[in-house]
Ligand binder design. Structure first.
Ligand code: P5A
Length: 444
């Protein structure tokens, strides 16, 4: 992509309304524009990152054996009357009346809708286990939408729902979600720590939130510092292996890590004092096991092996897809701008032409762009007639992890410069070698 033909409305001024760094940088880098309080348009650069995050989530969910689908944003109030949550949900639910005076709502979550789908089709234990998920916009009329996409009113969530015959099977589904979430966050360059939490309006008392440690996080968290040494890394996972998934859950959740809702001083004090941490975190996901709460209320049952009609055991599992952009930026930035982890970067590399209009520089940049594109990589070529300083500032702000700088002096020696956004280190090498290096980094 040539920057001169792209839509990247970068702001020079720091927007006054943005209180935290991720919100500031998302506005300045032309990623989002507020449409109304807590509701955003996703401009091309922001949309690209959102799609990258969605793709990682999809890949990891499908790998875990979960099945993608899509449910609507608008739901009928009647289903929510069945579960009893129509009244319980309160002011956070956006209620809408259609032209026929039917009560509708913009879904804040989908337990009712998915349970209705399930009960319409699934009648036998032979069709279990089943986990369905989608990535869809949600609406919660938050009292204080703030921090940009971090606490929006409209936000994108991955929400998955498991249906199982027994509590044990449902707990295995819970563990599969925990494992697949750990993998997903790590691919996004994040450490998200599972912490015991509270069921809130979703229900159940067995639930973990995934928290990214950050001073700007909205949740207060208490943990044993040893949990920060855990990393998922490159493991072979067999999602059908009940014992393997259970042992990963134990590895990641045995040490003390809780949100303030479930924090217990007495238990915390058993952690060696030097390892006790009180900090703040951003909640990027939550998994729940709530048994038969919805299946009892809505009559979702199957026939078991003995011919008895039994309610299914369920859980639901959410990832804050749009919130993740904010969380990733909070965890990856410096005073010049964003530093995207390679797994989610909107473009794989920037190409900066130091002398636009110079035929050798123009040809070299164009050649690098094509060579990268032929390998399936997406470079962003800054071909604007701008000073070098301004081009560097834009690249630093939008945070592409790699920059190839092409100038007349380098070309005389047959070299370009490859610079890491994260370390700031540069290396001179031939254009071909720079392309090869990027292919190696991105595994293409
Ligand atoms: C699990 C999936 C649920 O709603 N039902 C379906 C369950 N869980 S949750 O914890 O309430 O939400 C899941 C994740 O969505 C993100 N999130 C938000 N993101 C941006 N703005 C908001 N206002 C917002 N509210 C929730 C969080 O990452 C949360 O973990």
């Amino acid at each position: 992509m040539r920057l001169s033909r792209y839509f990247l409305p970068v702001l020079k001024e720091t927007p006054a309304e943005a209180q935290i760094v991720s919100h500031r940088y998302m506005l300045r880098a032309g990623m989002i524009k507020q449409a109304s309080a807590g509701i955003y348009s996703w401009l091309p650069l922001g949309y690209k990152v959102l799609k990258k995050i969605e793709n990682i989530v999809h890949e990891e969910q499908v790998r875990a054996g979960h099945i993608p689908m899509l449910m609507p944003t608008l739901q009928s109030a009647d289903l929510w009357r069945e579960s009893g949550r129509y009244d319980d949900y309160g002011q956070e639910m956006l209620r809408i009346t259609d032209r026929n005076d039917r009560d509708m709502l913009y879904g804040p979550t989908n337990e009712e809708l998915i349970t209705d789908i399930f009960r319409s089709y699934v009648k036998s234990y032979k069709d279990l286990p089943l986990t369905l998920y989608h990535i869809q916009w949600k609406f919660r009329d938050e009292i204080r939408p703030r921090f940009g996409v971090m606490r929006g009113r409209e936000f994108l969530m991955k929400d998955g729902y498991n249906f199982d015959l027994t509590r044990e099977d449902a707990l295995h589904a819970y563990n599969r979600h925990l494992v697949s979430y750990l993998r997903s966050y790590e691919r996004m360059g994040l450490q998200a720590i599972p912490m015991r939490a509270d069921g809130g309006p979703i229900g159940g008392d067995y639930t973990h939130e995934f928290l990214v440690l950050a001073e700007t996080g909205e949740s207060e968290v208490f943990y044993d510092s040893a949990v920060t040494d855990l990393s998922f890394g490159d493991r072979d996972i067999n999602y059908d292996d009940v014992a393997q998934c259970q042992s990963i859950l134990e590895e990641f959740t045995t040490r003390y890590a809780r949100t303030d809702e479930t924090h217990d001083d007495a238990v915390f004090n058993e952690v060696p004092e030097a390892q006790r941490r009180v900090a703040r975190g951003i909640e990027v996901g939550q998994i729940f096991y709530f048994g038969t709460k919805y299946s009892d209320a809505m009559g979702a049952s199957v026939q078991d092996g003995d011919g008895n009609q039994v309610p299914v055991h369920m859980g639901s599992h959410g990832i804050g897809v749009s919130r993740l952009l904010g969380a990733i930026i909070e965890a990856n930035h410096d005073d010049k701008g964003i530093i995207w982890p390679e797994g989610v970067t909107p473009f794989h590399a920037g190409i900066v032409n130091l002398r636009q209009g110079d035929s050798a520089c123009d040809a070299a940049c164009h050649g690098i762009q094509l060579a990268l594109e032929n390998k399936g990589l997406e470079p962003l070529y800054d071909d604007r007639d701008e000073r070098a300083g301004a081009k560097f500032a834009t690249m630093d702000l939008i945070g592409l992890p790699w920059r190839i700088t092409v100038g007349p002096r380098g070309l005389e020696k047959n070299v370009v410069e490859l610079t890491s956004r994260r370390t700031g280190e540069s290396e001179e090498l031939s254009a071909e070698a720079a392309v090869d290096r990027l292919c190696q980094i991105y595994g293409v």
